[in-house]
Design a protein around this ligand. Structure first.
Ligand SMILES: Cc1cc2nc3c(=O)[nH]c(=O)nc-3n(C[C@H](O)[C@H](O)[C@H](O)COP(=O)(O)OP(=O)(O)OC[C@H]3O[C@@H](n4cnc5c(N)ncnc54)[C@H](O)[C@@H]3O)c2cc1C
Length: 324
């Protein structure tokens, strides 16, 4: 525990450093780009802490660990705990029924209740699922707040390229997709940032759409993050025209005022994922790999980091722990 180096300062590496610092350990933290930025997957996230919604397509471990994420993050950054909403267009009501059957932690609301929560979304006959305990945060602010919390403990990010073989002692490898682990693949995600004064939302909203499911996360000051495509491709590069068309059409279907919004940013990156989409702590000798965060980087990094720190401190192997 005295000599720990973390490679990678995305959400996984920063949380690993934070978890160790809470136990009195001061790890070395290295990233080839220095501070978090557009080079890392963590930069492009929506920041939804939505374990129950994610439960529609995720393993039980994600739902169970994800429920602690909002309180973990609240220790380092601002977390908005307004719940999240899932809506469908009237013609797609069957999608809402199906989503409700596959998830828990929600109340079905319509009419007056929806108008109270999100007046801009209340249209005739529209129903929604309210996941009242879910939360969201602003990912870039959260990364900056984590970096600042680490600096207070004397941990700064050294800008250097490294692999575990280059470094003696215990290494925590948080290089994301660059770690190139067996079974790890990239799942492309694309996002768009819009600005409009004509729509107000207090919480993330998912639109269930048979072809183009969408979520919108309010960032404040009329800024909205629209996400995200999920494409089985490890092709890097900017957002495609098709992704833009799909995301913008879905946003327009949710609220026509999005058609007049300014497009202020687009982005794309590859989510590191294992086949079951559950992140892992993998031990290989003196190296712990924290990887496979897929679309749950912000939801699962605190739990993953905790299990890595538990293992290093006491030898405890949690349910996300694997040995190679
Ligand atoms: C569009 C989109 C939306 C998303 N929305 C959400 C969401 O709402 N909620 C959620 O929980 N998750 C979301 N995610 C998923 C989340 O962003 C990822 O799971 C997470 O960012 C993965 O984090 P990471 O730290 O493993 O990887 P990264 O953030 O990619 O960090 C890896 C770091 O390692 C560094 N590195 C790589 N190789 C080396 C080397 N050789 N030497 C030194 N440093 C190196 C890189 O520079 C980088 O900084 C989203 C992802 C996308 C793309």
């Amino acid at each position: 525990m005295a000599d720990v180096t973390i490679i990678g300062a995305g959400v996984a590496g920063l949380w690993a450093a934070h978890a160790l610092s809470q136990r009195g350990i001061t790890p070395r933290l290295i990233d080839r780009h220095g501070a978090p930025g557009a080079h890392g997957c963590s930069w492009w996230a929506g920041g939804m802490l939505a374990p129950f919604c994610e439960g529609a397509t995720s393993e039980p471990a994600v739902i169970a660990h994800g429920q602690r994420a909002a309180s973990d993050w609240a220790g380092v950054t601002e977390v908005t705990q307004n719940g999240s909403l899932v809506v469908a267009l009237a013609r797609d009501r069957a999608e809402l029924d199906r989503f409700a059957r596959r998830t828990s932690g929600h109340d079905r609301i319509g009419g007056a209740a929806l108008a109270d929560l999100e007046p801009d979304l209340a249209t005739a006959g529209r129903e929604a699922l309210l996941f009242g305990t879910e939360a969201h945060l602003s990912p870039r602010r959260a990364l900056a707040d984590l970096v600042a919390a680490l600096a207070v403990k004397g941990i700064t990010i050294e800008q250097a390229e490294a692999t575990p073989d280059d470094i003696p002692g215990t290494v925590i490898d948080c290089r994301g997709l660059a770690a190139n682990l067996p079974g790890l693949r990239g799942v492309r995600g694309e996002m768009v940032m819009l600005r409009t004064p004509d729509v107000t939302l207090a919480r993330p909203v998912r639109l269930l759409h048979p072809r183009h499911p969408l979520y919108i996360v309010p960032r404040g000051d009329g800024v909205f993050m629209l996400g995200a495509t999920q494409i089985e491709s490890a092709a890097p590069g900017p957002v495609t025209a098709r992704a833009l068309l799909e995301l913008l059409s879905a946003a327009y279907a949710l609220h026509p005022a999005f058609a007049e919004a300014q497009v202020i940013e687009t982005g794309a990156d590859l989510r590191p994922a294992f086949a079951d989409h559950v992140p892992r702590v993998i031990r290989r000798g003196r190296v712990l790999h924290l990887n496979g965060l897929f679309r749950h980087g912000y939801l699962m990094a605190p739990a993953l980091a905790r299990q890595a720190a538990d293992y290093l401190e006491t030898g405890t192997k949690g349910d996300l722990f694997h040995e190679d």
